[in-house]
Each structure stands twice: as structure tokens, then as C-alpha cells.
Design a protein around this ligand. Structure first.
Ligand code: NI
Length: 337
């Protein structure tokens, strides 16, 4: 009677051990994939899905093999105590891997807007930042920037000039397809404060209509050229459902055209340097800006920032952008009247 009980225990322990190790391996792989900063979130999700399918296949196959192996389990030469010890160690590793996977999943959820337009949620302590790029699209610079954003699962906001959008509609389409926000930066970069009223309206409308023709969506954000605004512009924005967006951090990239100077301006300490909720001004028409943006994104992500669009930043922090309000950051705004 006793040998039967012992070999029954051995079999159960061995089966449990093999199954635990199988799950442990899968969790370690999933955790590793989810934590990878290189893949985009969408790619990570697809890989996770594929791995889960592979795992299900393996479990089925292993169950079949186990049925055959069960008979030999008692002859494995392992004592019940040794198996128990291995099983305990495997369970501990499994618990650690599970914890890492949970952490990775919450980071994944935080950085990735969920499917079907459902609003993304962020951990309470998430640090958000909105990188914005004006004056483009640029023929060679913007595609490179879009590639680099995509690699990092980062989102940005492009305040495009209508005359450039007309030249490069494919780049506007690509921005929209890849989840970036597109804002209005006038048709030909005129100072809207100095323009007469008809010109001001025409500059805004002509750019807006172009963006709508290309993407199917009217832009709801306007960054006036030079950041110049007055009551007249703000009133018109309010009437036409536009929010105005300026910036917290001025990298002065258009002036210095130097990667290190751009980074130094962005990462300066104090009110005008990068911090949670900031809106960062750059221009995607200079190679030096793209060079700086690449390093900036890496540093920010290393520091735990999530790179989001301006509408997303304002949705999360202010309950959404309001027409006629001028925003500088997630919390500082200037309302008219
Ligand atoms: Ni500009």
C-alpha cells in the first residue's frame, strides 16, 4: 500500500512542478516583452497575444505527454522531499515573475490608449509630458521624427502650417494614423495679431479645411504663429470651438539649431524646464531638432515620463480642452473675459 501512495505523490508533484515551470517560463517571457522599452506598445500587445496562443498550444501538448510520462514518474529517482523543495523554489520564482508581469501590465496600460477610443487610464503618480512640433511637416525631418516616435510608443502634437500640409499630405495622414494630434498653425505662418480680421480668419480656416480634407477631422487646437494672441483672436477661437495652445518649455531650437543647446534648454531647472504636465515647444523642420528630440524622448522615458498628445494631457489633467482658453501646460491657462 505504501509504495503506491508514495509513487502517487511523486507523480502529482512532478506534474505540478512541470506545469509550474511552464507557466513560469511563459510569464518571464511576457514580462520581458512588456518591460522592453524598444518595442511600441501595440507591438508589445500583439507579441503578448501570440505568446499566449503559443503557451496554450504547449499546455495542450504537455498534457498529452504527461499522461504518458505519468507511468514513469515513480522511477525518476527523485524523493518526494526533493521534489517538494524544487516545487517551493519554483513557486517563489513564479510569484516574483507574476509581480513583475503585473507591474509591466500597469505600465503598458498607462502608456497605451486602449482600443476603440476608450480613454486610457494612468497611475495616480504618472508623469505626463506633451512634446509639440511646429511649422512642419518637413520633407525629410518629419518622417524621421515619426519613425523615432513610433519606436518608442510616444505620442506628440504637430502644429502644422497649411502650405506645408498641402505639399506633404501623406505626412499629415501618417501623423493621424499613428495616433498623434494635429493642430492648426495658420496657413502661411502669419502673425495673427498683426493681420486684419479677415486675414486672421482666412489664415485659420484655410489651414483647418486642408487638415480636414486630408484626415477627415477638423483641428480643435490652434497655436498662433509666434505664440502671438490677443482678445480678438481668443474671441474668434471661442466662437469657432478652438482651444489655443502655447507652451511651458521653449527649447529655442529654431534659433540655436544645436542638439546640445536644445537639450540644455529643455532640461533646465525651474519653471521653464521640463516637469510633469509641461508642454514643450520644438519645430520638426530642423535635423538638429529631431536629433535632440530623440535623446529627449529617451531621457524622459528613462525618468518615467509618459509622452502624450496635448488633447490627452488636457483630458487627463483639466477634463478636456475648452474653446477660447489658452493653455500653456496642464494646469496653467488663460481664459478670456
Ligand atoms: Ni511657428
Amino acid at each position: 500500500m505504501e509504495p503506491q501512495t508514495s509513487s502517487g505523490l511523486n507523480r502529482r508533484l512532478l506534474i505540478a512542478l512541470i506545469l509550474s515551470l511552464l507557466v513560469l517560463c511563459a510569464l518571464a517571457v511576457l514580462g520581458g516583452v512588456a518591460l522592453s522599452g524598444v518595442l511600441t506598445f501595440r507591438e508589445q500587445l500583439l507579441e503578448q497575444q501570440a505568446l499566449v496562443e503559443q503557451l496554450q498550444q504547449k499546455v495542450t501538448e504537455t498534457e498529452q505527454k504527461l499522461q504518458q510520462a505519468e507511468a514513469d514518474a515513480a522511477g525518476a529517482g527523485e524523493t518526494a522531499a526533493q521534489l517538494q523543495q524544487q516545487l517551493d523554489a519554483a513557486r517563489q520564482e513564479l510569484a516574483d515573475a507574476q509581480k513583475k508581469l503585473d507591474e509591466a501590465n500597469s505600465r503598458l496600460a498607462a502608456g497605451s490608449p486602449s482600443a476603440e477610443g476608450t480613454a486610457a487610464t494612468y497611475p495616480a503618480d504618472a508623469k505626463l509630458i506633451a512634446l509639440t512640433f511646429d511649422d512642419g511637416p518637413g520633407k525629410n525631418t518629419t518622417p524621421r521624427l515619426l519613425d523615432e516616435l513610433k519606436k518608442r510608443g510616444a505620442k506628440a502634437t504637430f502644429f502644422v502650417v497649411g502650405s506645408n500640409a498641402k505639399k506633404y499630405p501623406d505626412l499629415i495622414r501618417r501623423m493621424a494614423e499613428e495616433g498623434h494630434a494635429i493642430g492648426n498653425h495658420s496657413y502661411s505662418h502669419q502673425n495673427l495679431v498683426k493681420a486684419d480680421e479677415a486675414t486672421m480668419k482666412e489664415q485659420i480656416l484655410r489651414c483647418a479645411e486642408l487638415i480636414q480634407t486630408i484626415t477627415g477631422h477638423m483641428p480643435t487646437l490652434l497655436r498662433p504663429p509666434g505664440g502671438n494672441f490677443d482678445d480678438r483672436l481668443q474671441t474668434y477661437a471661442k466662437e469657432t470651438g478652438l482651444s489655443l495652445v502655447n507652451w511651458t518649455v521653449d527649447t529655442r531650437d529654431w534659433k540655436t539649431r544645436d542638439k546640445e543647446a536644445i537639450l540644455a534648454a529643455a532640461f533646465q531647472t525651474g519653471t521653464y524646464g521640463i516637469q510633469d504636465g509641461a508642454i514643450v515647444l520644438m519645430h520638426d523642420v530642423y535635423e538638429s531638432t529631431v536629433d535632440a528630440a530623440v535623446e529627449m524622448m529617451d531621457r524622459l522615458q528613462e525618468q518615467g515620463y509618459i509622452l502624450v498628445t496635448v488633447p490627452e494631457l488636457l483630458r487627463v489633467r483639466c477634463g478636456g480642452a475648452q474653446a477660447g482658453v489658452l493653455y500653456y501646460s496642464d494646469s496653467r491657462s488663460h481664459s478670456i473675459g
